[in-house]
Design a protein around this ligand. Structure first.
Ligand code: SF4
Length: 1435
């Protein structure tokens, strides 16, 4: 184990409180927290924080700190060392090369130990812990991080550490005997001199120093007994009667050098170092002593050790010299050193070896890469005007102190004073009548515009030019000497976490009290999930309250990964504010390698849980009669607002600081808890009424609803048998309450990689913990378990244990906890003939038998389970109780049946899955919000519509919106009370959301074909026509969302001429493609129209393809993707009727019993394509003409500029995965908004999730190009792979997602791109798609390479799709993780580059190269999956 981990481990195992700073240690502590039985309190001290004061507050039996010894850390520690010295504290300080900083602590602590190797570091960490505990004193333990060959340490066992520390002092140890140093610890050892030869006459040691040394010896003696390796304070080597003794302090191989007449003394103990010990290391033969220390930046003439040696040998003839000990010391360099000493050249400091890393200590301090997220925004916003007063760049010229906020504050004060002087001088000059009129005018203008960034700079330049020409006066000379202050500057101090911690100390308080016009950005990097490891006394959020309480200070709390817009707004407001501004910025990361996705998730958790509320406090608004406080985090808006009102704003707020986040969260939960209480009461009452029946509790854990359905059906059957039955989820029932139950049936499905479903996880954790403790709480409980899983989900033999894992574990645990199994574990397998029902049918009778009701005859028909078909039928043409649900303020959700109906209105209920666990732990309902999808046939919208969408995202959504694979807009994060206003706003610009989702025809998509203007107009019209023809006729939409009541009350009944009251069995999708472009993936749709254009360029009609569809269920071979089949040709006039009849045949023949088998593709395969076609033709009353020839050559978008036949221009812009948002370096939302404000043409959204700026007239071209350039929206410099990629939304909003998609695909592409580029294929298009689940929204089954989510981090990998969407791909590997993906693709792509034929596409090549078999039709999709021949996955 390397030194850092070895030391951190001992620190952890030996201490009651562990403090640490820096990511180097966090990993060790994290893994120890998971695996060690010792659990000290672990506190992360942010980089730059005042470690000393934190240590003072956390005294314990033993407190350890581990950190890197920077000068900033040492400077802060020194201030508190007097207090710390008498506490049981070990400071483990890591050093890379130079001991200059850490040695500053030597004289201020009782013990200072130095370790040279990793093994030393480990052993001395133990020694230091023992010493600190027994002596109740502080020990500094410095150790090297770079160990070279000695990088591994042998470790003592975990369980030996505490007994070692707590053991009594060894009676034989040197400190408890009267003897002097033993050979173990004093000068000596293997090559030592203490063989009776006398040394110089020794000086008298100070009693305190001698006492401390004895204590060290005792601890070292005990440590040796444990580790069986010698511990020497001073170890000698080399000649036994030397003329020169060289003292070595630092890591060096010099001591092993063999030079005649020279001995070396390596010091491991630097304090206490009694003079007698130094003298005992110098034999009488010695004429010279050279003290070499690894202090590269020591600023004074002599080091303390040199002076100690001088004073120890005073009165003798020994000469003492000092020097710097470098690394890689050769024998040669020591000989040269000796020559210099002999020649008397030792006047200046000597040096041996190479000095490493010295430049880095005085160069620019390292700024963690994540933190650039904020500085980039500042640079972008304020450009030349931006100045960081404590910029790391200053360190190179002014030392590291220049980067401290205190220094920066002084600097800013100086600058502001200088500018004020300049203002006075300019005012004086304005009185000077001898100045030219021009100069006079410029000076007056500058006085007026001195706070304007641009004008003050421009005027300043002109003034300086004129002043230099003017006749020189002292005022002019002084003004010129202050010329740098003409431009207005936005001054920022960027404080690390440290500053915000020093509330009462000099830092922030001084800045605020100074009333200077200074902006302070304070970064908080503590991840939300590690918040308990932060110092609880020093909550960063309190800084805001503290600053607000000062009154005249601008305060904002921001998080760039939550709301970019709010960050911009806050920074601009902070800059404008005349006085101190404090911006608290959240940027949670645990190490520099933390991926951005992790930072994003942590930010979301913190913001949504109210831990890091986003707000702005602008006291200047007060004077204008405006509300100074704005809360910007949506999820907690109302509650915090109420809290603020109730608490009469800030003065009261400050008093109640400790509970800010808790208040917000518990407020949010109150009403929900109330509602739950009522429901519980209701259930209790129900229970009372059925008290005389034998009780049965049915508990279920279910993600997709299948286990829930089974549990509820079981309950109905139990009731029919006279049992008094209660049903609940695992997590809704407390463990305590379960102890009192008699009969309990558990039904659970299996999630991801054998995990319990979401609503059973807490229960499982409690269960496991109780089993670990060996508890037997269930002595009266009778139980049985039924599990549901898929034995083929993880096909590799080593993964077989994932099958039904939760059920199997539950069954074993319950027995272990004392429960009595009354019926054997039942297992349902999706792979069985009847799915999980096969196993269930065997198990259920055993339950009745165990309950003694197996002979009860059940005569009543079992109530049918409620399905989507029932919900549709009972909905009153899609009304349900949506309107009432919208009024219910006690929950953020709608009734479950209504959530099925809102889909028809273009609305999906979702909850934020990133924070689901967190909210459950807090006892509040999930963070429900809604996704809204717009119906926009053909994907075309006007600039006005675009602007409205942009505003809706800001006002009602999460500030971003998405271009979907159905070429329309989609908003996420719309909370319930915003639903109606959002839909009304959409309708205001003549768009709607009706039928954007649901079991009806959804948004009709069509090719964007920029150059074929006339054809596009025709195809676009056709798509609108089809959409309008198939739109549901219900008035429910207008009634619920637009408040339009039925004109004649109940007299007018809704009527659905095409759908009927049951609508379709499943969704229905239509696409229109214009060859050669298949950018809509026409074969992925239930109905595809392929435009056929005559030689005259006129639209002749369409080939009709039916039965395409993507959705699949993992492991369920009854489900498969299917590419549409062409059945004939129709004219444009016939088109919408053909569509109607195809819909009607599906309406009447689709499977309404099993939704997994209900899409048109299954109906066609069941009926037969010809039969289906015949049915359609029968309804049409005529036969379709034979299909006409066509050719496709791509299914990706044509990026870049195109000119249409009508002379108008079009630019296809690349929007990765369709997300329109503002992020650093990519402000697309802002840019497109600016563009929409001037653009006169249209926007076309594509099914590949990109956007085309369309119909740009020549006159507008330059303006559009300028805006595109300004926001880098014209950037198409991406690899062909990225340009051809596509991902669905998945986490965090899609409730069906099993793995990441939109947030992960770009990261994966970063990695695959390297492979592609190395193979010389950067510009080659390879279609790669990813979805978070097998529903396949991003059409993965038609991609050349695809990844379909199975569990977090695990995907099914598919290969062999046709480049232009003509052929389905096939599963190549059933589950792969990122390393496996890269391991598979790297050689494959290399081979492709070498072996492909001219124009051969990747998908085609993978088939020719024998990796995968071609899929000839959907039904055969599973045949020969898993690769071909040598590429077949071994099973
Ligand atoms: S493919 Fe699955 S995870 Fe992705 S958006 Fe569609 S349903 Fe959600």
């Amino acid at each position: 184990m390397a030194a850092v981990s070895a030391v951190a481990r001992i620190g952890y195992l030996s201490s009651d409180v562990v403090l640490y700073s820096g990511s180097a240690f966090s990993e060790t502590y994290d893994s120890l927290a998971r695996g060690s039985s010792h659990s000290p309190k672990v506190i992360s001290v942010p980089h730059g924080a005042d470690v000393g004061s934190t240590l003072v507050r956390h005294s314990s039996n033993l407190t350890s700190f581990t950190g890197v010894a920077t000068s900033q850390l040492v400077n802060r520690l020194i201030l508190h060392l007097a207090e710390i010295s008498s506490q049981s504290v070990v400071l483990h300080l890591a050093v890379e090369h130079d001991l200059t900083d850490v040695l500053l602590l030597r004289s201020a602590v009782p013990f200072f130990i130095l370790s040279h190797t990793a093994q030393d570091a480990h052993d001395n960490a133990l020694l230091a812990a023992r010493l600190a505990r027994t002596e109740k004193k502080a020990v500094v333990h410095a150790f090297y991080t770079s160990q070279g060959e000695n990088s591994d340490a042998e470790l003592v066992a975990d369980e030996s550490v505490l007994p070692f520390l707590l053991a009594k002092k060894n009676p034989h140890s040197p400190s408890t005997t009267n003897g002097a140093s033993t050979p173990l610890n004093g000068v000596n050892g293997v090559n030592g001199h203490a063989n009776g030869a006398s040394t110089l006459v020794g000086p008298i040691d100070e009693p305190s120093s001698a006492h401390l040394f004895k204590a060290y010896e005792a601890a070292a003696f005990d440590t040796v007994a444990l580790v069986r390796r010698p511990r020497r304070a001073l170890a000698s080597s080399g000649a036994s009667a030397p003329h020169t003794v060289i003292f070595l302090v630092g890591k060096s191989e010099a001591a092993t050098t063999d030079i005649d007449g020279v001995s070396f003394v390596t010091l491991s103990l630097l304090s206490p170092l009694p003079p007698s010990k130094l003298v005992s290391a110098i034999p009488p033969s010695a004429q010279n002593v050279i003290v070499l220390e690894q202090v590269y930046r020591w600023s004074t003439k002599w080091t303390p050790l040199y002076l100690d040696v001088v004073s120890a040998v005073q009165g003798t003839n020994v000469g003492v010299h000092d020097g710097i000990l470098g690394e890689d010391v050769s024998q040669q360099s020591i000989l040269k050193l000796l020559q210099k000493v002999a020649a008397g050249e030792a006047g200046s400091r000597l040096q041996v070896g190479v000095i490493h890393g010295v430049s880095s200590s005085s160069s620019v301090p390292h700024v963690p890469k994540h933190e650039a997220a904020y500085t980039k925004i500042l640079e972008h916003l304020f450009k030349d005007q931006f100045e960081v007063a404590n910029s790391p760049a200053l360190a190179a010229t002014q030392g590291e102190l220049a980067t401290t906020p205190e220094f920066a504050l002084g600097r800013v004060r100086g600058q502001l004073d200088a500018r004020q002087q300049l203002v006075s001088l300019v005012q004086d000059l304005l009185q000077d009548t001898s100045l030219s009129a021009d100069l006079h005018s410029l000076l007056s203008k500058w006085i007026l515009a001195k706070d304007d960034a641009t004008k003050s700079r421009q005027l300043g330049d002109q003034i300086v030019a004129q002043l230099e020409q003017a006749s020189s006066t002292s005022t002019i000379q002084r003004a010129l000497s202050l010329r740098e202050h003409f431009p207005s500057v936005s001054r920022w101090i960027i404080g690390s976490d440290a500053w915000s911690y020093d509330l009462g100390a000099s830092g922030l308080h001084h800045a605020i009290a100074s009333r200077l016009d200074i902006n302070i950005l304070i970064l908080d990097t503590l991840p939300y999930s590690s918040r308990t490891s932060g110092d609880p006394h020093r909550r960063k959020q309190d800084v805001g309250l503290y600053a607000m309480n000062h009154g005249d200070v601008y305060v904002a709390s921001v998080a760039v990964f939550s709301s970019y817009g709010q960050v911009l707004q806050s920074l601009v407001e902070a800059d404008k504010f005349k006085g101190p501004s404090v911006v608290l910025a959240y940027l949670p990361y645990s190490s520099e390698s933390s991926p951005a996705l992790q930072v994003l998730k942590e930010t979301k958790l913190a913001v949504d849980a109210g831990y890091w509320p986003l707000y702005r406090w602008d006291p200047s608004k007060d004077a204008k009669g405006l509300e100074p406080f704005s809360l910007d985090s949506d999820a907690v808006k109302n509650d915090l607002k109420q809290f603020l009102d109730r608490q009469n704003h800030l003065s009261q707020l400050t008093r109640s600081t400790p509970a800010l986040a808790a208040e917000v969260v518990s407020n949010l939960g109150d009403t929900i808890r109330e509602a739950r209480k009522k429901r519980a009461q209701q259930s209790y009452n129900d229970l009372l009424t059925a008290l005389d029946a034998p009780p049965l509790l049915v508990l279920y854990a279910s993600d997709g609803g299948a286990a829930e359905k089974k549990a509820k059906r079981l309950v109905n059957r139990a009731k029919a048998r006279g049992l008094s039955t209660t049903v609940a989820t695992f997590d809704a029932f407390t463990f305590e309450a379960l102890k009192d139950e008699e009969h309990v049936v558990f039904v659970t499905s299996t999630a991801g990689q054998g995990e319990p479903p979401q609503n059973g996880r807490t229960f499982f954790k409690t269960l496991n913990a109780a089993a670990l403790r060996g508890d037997k709480p269930f002595s009266t409980l009778k139980f049985t378990v039924f599990g549901m899983g898929d034995s083929h989900y993880w096909p590799r033999p080593e993964d077989a244990h994932y099958y039904n894992k939760p059920a199997k574990e539950l069954d074993v645990r319950l027995e272990k906890l004392g429960g009595e199994r009354v019926a054997d574990l039942g297992l349902g397998d999706d792979q069985d003939a009847d799915g999980t029902e096969t196993g269930y049918k065997v198990w259920e009778p055993k339950v009745w038998k165990a309950m003694g009701v197996d002979s009860v005859e059940v005569t009543e028909a079992e109530p049918e389970p409620i399905t989507n078909e029932h919900i549709k039928a009972a909905s009153g043409f899609l009304r349900g109780t949506i309107a009432e649900g919208l009024e219910d303020a006690s929950t953020g959700a709608l009734a479950p049946s209504d959530t099925q109906l809102t889909k028809f209105h273009g609305i999906y209920e979702q909850d934020d899955r990133d924070i689901r666990d967190e909210r459950q732990a807090q006892g509040v309902e999930p963070a429900y919000s809604f996704m809204i999808r717009v119906r926009m046939p053909g994907g075309v919208c006007t600039p006005t519509q675009w602007l409205e969408m942009d505003q809706i995202a800001d006002e009602h959504g999460n500030g971003t919106f998405k271009i979907t694979t159905r070429a329309t807009f989609q908003f996420h994060g719309v909370i319930k009370r915003h639903l109606k206003p959002a839909i009304q706003d959409i309708n205001r610009v003549l768009l709607d959301t009706l039928a954007a989702c649901g079991d009806v025809n959804r948004n009709v998509i069509s090719s964007s074909i920029p150059s074929l203007s006339k054809l596009h107009a025709q195809v676009y019209e056709f798509s609108k026509e089809c959409s309008a023809h198939l739109i549901p006729r219900t008035s429910a939409y207008h009634e619920i969302w637009l408040d339009k009541k039925l004109v004649a009350g109940e007299a007018v009944k809704d009527f659905e001429p095409i759908y009927g009251e049951f609508y379709l069995p499943r969704k229905f999708k239509i696409a229109i493609a214009v060859p050669p472009t298949n950018d809509v993936d026409v074969f992925a749709n239930d109905l595809g129209f392929i435009a056929i254009v005559g030689p005259d360029g006129e639209l002749q009609g369409f080939n009709v393809a039916i039965g395409g569809g993507m959705g699949v269920t993992h492991g369920n071979k009854k489900t498969y993707p299917r590419a549409g089949s062409v059945i004939g040709f129709c004219t444009p006039e016939q088109g919408k009727y053909v569509a109607e009849k195809i819909v009607i045949v599906q309406r009447d023949n689709g499977n309404r019993v099993d939704r997994k088998n209900a899409r048109l593709k299954y109906t066609i395969d069941r009926m037969g394509l010809d039969v289906y076609k015949a049915e359609v033709e029968k309804l049409l009353g005529y036969k379709l003409e034979p299909a006409r020839p066509y050719t496709f050559d791509r299914n990706i978008d044509d990026f870049g500029w195109h000119k249409g036949e009508d002379g108008r221009h079009h630019f296809m812009m690349f929007v990765e995965n369709g997300r329109i948002e503002d992020v650093p370096e990519r402000e697309f939302k802002k840019g497109l908004k600016e563009l929409a404000q001037v653009h006169k043409g249209t926007f076309r959204l594509t099914a590949n999730q990109h956007v085309m700026i369309s119909d740009v007239p020549e006159s507008e071209l330059e303006t559009v190009k300028r805006i595109l350039r300004k926001y880098k929206m014209d950037n198409l410099n991406f690899s062909g792979l990225r340009l051809s990629s596509s991902a669905c939304v998945a986490f965090p909003t899609c409730g069906l997602a099993m793995a990441e998609s939109e947030r992960y695909l770009p990261i994966l592409i970063d990695k695959v791109e390297k492979v592609v580029e190395a193979a010389g294929l950067r510009h080659d298009s390879i279609v790669m798609r990813m979805t978070g689940c097998p529903n396949g929204c991003a059409r993965p089954y038609l991609a050349e390479i695809a990844f379909v989510g199975k569990a977090p981090g695990s995907y099914a990998m598919l290969l062999g799709g046709g480049y232009y969407g003509q052929r389905l791909n096939k599963i190549y590997r059933e589950s792969v993780t990122e390393p496996e993906i890269l391991a598979i693709l790297t050689p494959m792509i290399k081979r492709y580059a070498l072996e492909r034929k001219d124009g051969e596409r990747f998908g085609d090549w993978t088939i020719r190269a024998g990796y995968i078999a071609p899929t000839t039709e959907g039904r055969l999709w599973y045949d020969r999956m898993g690769g071909e021949g040598e590429f077949r996955e071994s099973a």
